[in-house]
Unconditional design. Structure first.
Length: 722
């Protein structure tokens, strides 16, 4: 044998070089991760002290990542040891060369890969599992609290899903490893009946038995999953699922384990054919039962469907009404319409005086044309809110004057970053009148913010955070010139004195420049340690960033407080798709429960976000408040915000859509009447519809869009027009 001196030397030199390179790469990766965590933390802290949410999620992600790493590493490492032992015994018995098999590198690689892939798989469900709140209601089949299905079962399902896939993956990995190693060693024809293969066969069979044990334990979750299946044309478990499949799932764990143990016994006795036949009993039993249930469904249930399914249809109606809060809706039957009289008109004077006569889109276009004042201001959106105007409550159209950087006179870096940083003020139009020229009238208008009502005044008009502020800016620039920001009519200048933004000390300046890919942030003489970076200025994204578990409404509205500040109000919803028997709102998302539990208030000048809980009975928001203490405020909204609150348009649309079919109340106490209602529901005989009007292009009819009106509700439901 010739000793390859230069080859060995080359390998040693390669190892000497690769180790420092690997260490350097690890250090750089760790530094990048630490910088990312640091930057995310300070951004959330600037939004409203919300970094605790991110850090807690990060801790749980790390814990589960570490758990997955340890589990996978241990199993793969032990599997490799057992494979190596079995292969050495077999190869020695066959006089084959014993090859060296990799272990540590494969175990580390698999553990790292799975830990990274599953880093977001468990943590949120685990937090819900630990801190769950009761709904105080139970499902009608298993009599478990709804909170179990919303908060606990998803975590258990995730654990089962991971363990079953992991176990199956280990089996496939083991088979491939054995096959590859035997092939590399030059093994001849391989037979599992060979006594020398006994150790290898038992190893694979033991893992297969483990997989079947995990599968057997899963049938409880499968049974509960029936509550989210469908029958007829609704969600839930119908007669066949509850009375037939439920018993199947109760028997199957025992049948599966018995078959697996018996198959293992036959394999031990070197009778593989009998082992396979034994395991084939399980899918054969499933197939026979499936055929039986299908025959039963079409021969027995279908001809008498309502008789068999009425109880389960009622469960669907009850659950859906509760999940969408429809059971709280009060129905009022209008009597015969009377001819209008002066007395009726006078009694409804507030409603008559506030009939909306302006068009939303036309008013927004009019405001943009008449009130932008400069090319770089525009009105992105408008909303209808109530205000006291000269002592009288009036619904008004309100819109924020925001800066549009696409229309700057010159799109230089200096202009975009330091000069044109903010919008200025609002415009307020009454919805019940217009000028003699047919244009929108104004309650509050102009750059001077002139008001026709003494209580409507703006003391801080500058809008640094809004719907159109989608880019970051830097305020309080330093340097010799000490740039000022363009303000008001474009000829005035100002500086930022608010608490928003992140102070750009040298470290943050470097990190944000790298993160944003903005080299100018590093080299510009207009940036100093006293400068502030205003980032995450789009209010919808800003409100959403810290609370990914809430759904933020895409239609915020601006409010003028009593002391003249401008605040944005956003609706936030708690959603879940795990409410048993409830119908999914398919047109709007994959959820079957919704609550408008939170109002988010964002300061247009400082950007501070506050999350107020307005539905304290919602178990989901109570759970989140336990997970993230201190984030949600359970006290009342400030009065000058509260008086401008309105029912969310999106929630109204979703509930209206569900009411088309689920307006019936099947629990009035009159058993015969309730059954007639379920019968009508079954036959789609009492469907409501949204009012329709001719389309603008004469192509047919379109549903009337939701819009806000001021009205006194009938039947003593409301005390005043609102």
């Amino acid at each position: 044998m010739v000793y390859d001196y230069y080859g060995r030397l080359s390998k040693k030199q390669f190892k000497k070089r690769i180790i420092p390179i690997a260490l350097l790469a690890a250090v750089l990766a760790a530094a990048a991760a630490a910088a990312g965590i640091y930057l995310e933390g300070i951004q959330l802290a600037e939004i409203g002290g919300l970094q605790g949410i991110y850090y807690k999620n990060l801790v749980y992600k790390s814990l589960f990542g570490a758990g997955v790493f340890v589990l996978v590493f241990t199993v793969v490492w032990a599997t490799n040891l057992l494979i190596g032992r079995n292969l050495r015994l077999y190869m020695r018995s066959e006089n084959l060369p014993v090859i060296r098999l990799p272990n540590l590198s494969l175990a580390l690689g698999a553990a790292i890969a799975l830990a990274v892939l599953t880093r977001n798989f468990f943590y949120a469900k685990a937090l819900n599992f630990i801190h769950w709140e009761s709904f105080g209601e139970k499902d009608p089949i298993f009599f478990k609290d709804i909170g179990y299905y919303v908060f606990r079962r998803p975590f258990l399902t995730s654990l089962y899903g991971f363990m079953s896939v992991f176990c199956l993956g280990v089996i496939v990995y083991t088979l491939i490893y054995y096959a590859a190693a035997l092939s590399a060693a030059g093994a001849a024809k391989i037979s599992l009946k060979d006594e020398k293969m006994r150790g290898i066969s038992l190893h694979i069979l033991a893992y297969a038995l483990g997989f079947f044990v995990i599968k057997a334990l899963s049938y409880r979750l499968t049974m509960e999953g029936m509550l989210f299946d469908g029958f007829f044309n609704v969600k839930g478990a119908g007669y066949v699922k509850v009375n037939l499949w439920l018993n199947y799932y109760r028997v199957m764990p025992f049948l599966l384990l018995a078959a697996a143990l018996l198959a293992f016994f036959f394999a031990w006795k070197k009778k593989p054919v009998k082992a396979l036949v034994t395991m084939a009993v399980v899918p054969a039993f499933w197939l026979v039962f499936l055929i039986f249930t299908q025959v039963f469904q079409y021969s027995v249930i279908k001809p008498n469907e309502f008789i068999y399914e009425k109880e389960y249809l009622k469960y669907n109606v009850e659950a859906t009404r509760k999940a969408y809060n429809l059971d709280k809706v009060r129905q009022y039957v209008f009597p015969d319409i009377e001819p209008l009289t002066p007395e009726i008109l006078e009694r409804n004077r507030d409603t008559i005086d506030n009939i909306r006569v302006i068009d939303y889109r036309a008013t927004l276009e009019s405001d943009t044309q008449l009130q932008s004042n400069t090319n770089f201001y525009t009105f992105y959106d408008g909303d209808i809110v109530n205000y006291m105007v000269n002592g009288k409550e009036t619904p008004v159209f309100i819109a924020a004057r925001e800066v549009d950087q696409e229309n700057l006179p010159e799109k230089s870096y200096t202009n975009r970053m330091f000069r044109y940083t903010h919008g200025y003020g609002i415009v307020m139009n009454p919805i019940n009148r217009f000028t003699s020229e047919g244009q929108a009238d104004f309650i509050l208008s102009g750059i001077e913010l002139m008001s026709e009502s003494p209580n409507i005044r703006v003391t801080e008009p500058r809008i640094y955070y809004g719907e159109l502020t989608r880019s970051y800016v830097i305020v309080n620039p330093g340097g010799k010139g000490k740039l000022k920001e363009i303000d008001g009519d474009g000829h005035s200048e100002t500086s930022y004195y608010g608490s928003g933004g992140i102070r750009l000390d040298p470290l943050k300046r470097l990190l944000f420049a790298l993160k944003l890919g903005d080299i100018n942030m590093l080299i510009s003489g207009n940036v100093s340690s006293g400068s502030r970076l205003l980032i995450n200025r789009d209010i919808v994204s800003r409100a959403q960033r810290a609370v990914p578990f809430l759904a933020i409404d895409k239609d915020p509205y601006i409010v003028l407080t009593d002391d003249g500040r401008l605040l944005w109000v956003l609706d936030a919803y708690t959603l879940t798709g795990y409410y048993p028997y409830s119908q999914t709102a398919a047109r709007y998302g994959d959820f079957n429960y919704i609550r408008n539990s939170v109002k988010v208030i964002i300061d247009a000048y400082n950007g501070t976000a506050e999350y107020y809980v307005i539905d304290k009975d919602d178990p989901i928001i109570r759970t989140y408040s336990k997970i993230y203490p201190g984030v949600f405020k359970f006290r009342d909204l400030p009065e000058d915000i509260k008086k401008h609150m309105r029912y969310p348009e999106l929630l109204c649309i979703i509930q209206s859509d569900m009411l088309r079919r689920y307006h019936i109340n099947p629990n009035t106490g009159d058993e015969a009447a309730d059954e007639r209602k379920i019968s009508a529901f079954y036959g789609n005989q009492d469907l409501w519809d949204i009012a329709a009007v001719p389309s603008m292009d004469d192509s047919g009819e379109v549903e009337v869009e939701s819009y806000y009106v001021m009205i006194k509700l009938p039947g003593g439901i409301g005390q005043r027009a609102e």
